[in-house]
Design a protein around this ligand. Structure first.
Ligand code: B16
Ligand code: MG
Length: 220
């Protein structure tokens, strides 16, 4: 039996926090005097807080000192944290919790590979922290997605090579990061935007350990 490990992205794969990020970024844009829509928010998926701020400021045509950027990032994160204070296990996306339990039962090592600096807080809030042998997040990486560093550190922590790991990603930049690192990548969402993935699934509701293992063996 070949070795297999799984590395899950967080936002958009395990929980739908994009809606909360959107509200907080929109509030920031509005305070700075411009608006920001959902299609722009799509482009922020998997993008670090600092890079997201720079993109948004660019869209609003605003220049800002590094010091002000740091202040706005704290403010945006405070708003985001307010929005996620009541998060609980009801926010785990369909099929994720049973799959994690099944993978654990089959002794499949699991890591988190997320850009979010709030990852640990969210995993704790929704009660699934114990499934993860390693949590690689925005606090641990120097280069964000599409650089493969997040997932490479995840594989290293699991003691596996990238080719032995499936990366689950909802963001085109995350899919790129996985492929750049030599991982097997399953996109979670729509194939039109995740065409670089090896496979695309709409979600986890019909995914079991055996279907994953079969896909794993079919991917090279
Ligand atoms: P934070 P992921 C990413 O998480 C989000 O998709 C992205 O929208 C967000 O800006 C980024 O985390 C940073 O999040 O402000 O909480 O550090 O999809 O890589 O799990
Ligand atoms: Mg994501």
């Amino acid at each position: 039996m070949s070795k297999m490990g799984c590395i899950f992205d967080l936002d958009g794969v395990i929980v739908d926090t994009a809606k909360y990020h959107f509200k907080a970024w929109k509030r920031l844009a509005n305070e700075l005097g411009f608006d920001f829509d959902e299609s722009q928010n799509e482009q922020l998926k998997g993008v670090s807080r600092y890079d997201s701020l720079n993109l948004i400021l660019g869209w609003g045509g605003i220049e800002m000192s590094e010091e002000d950027k740091q202040k706005w990032m704290v403010t945006k994160n405070d708003w985001y944290l307010e929005l996620i204070t009541d998060m609980n296990d009801s926010e785990i996306l369909d099929g994720v919790a049973p799959l994690l339990a099944e993978l654990q039962f089959h002794k499949i090592p699991i890591a988190l590979g997320s850009a979010s600096k709030n990852s640990q807080r969210i995993l704790n809030a929704v009660g699934i922290s114990h499934f993860f042998q390693s949590v690689i997040d925005g606090n641990k990486v120097k280069k964000g997605k599409p650089d493969p560093e997040t997932f490479l550190l995840g594989a290293e922590a699991l003691g596996l090579s990238p080719n032995d790991c499936i990366v689950f990603e909802d963001a085109p930049k995350g899919v790129k990061a996985g492929k750049a690192g030599g991982f097997k990548v399953i996109g979670v969402g729509k194939s039109e935007s995740l065409y670089e993935a090896d496979y695309v699934i709409p979600g986890f509701s019909k995914v079991s350990y055996s279907t994953l293992f079969e896909l794993f063996n079919r991917m090279n």
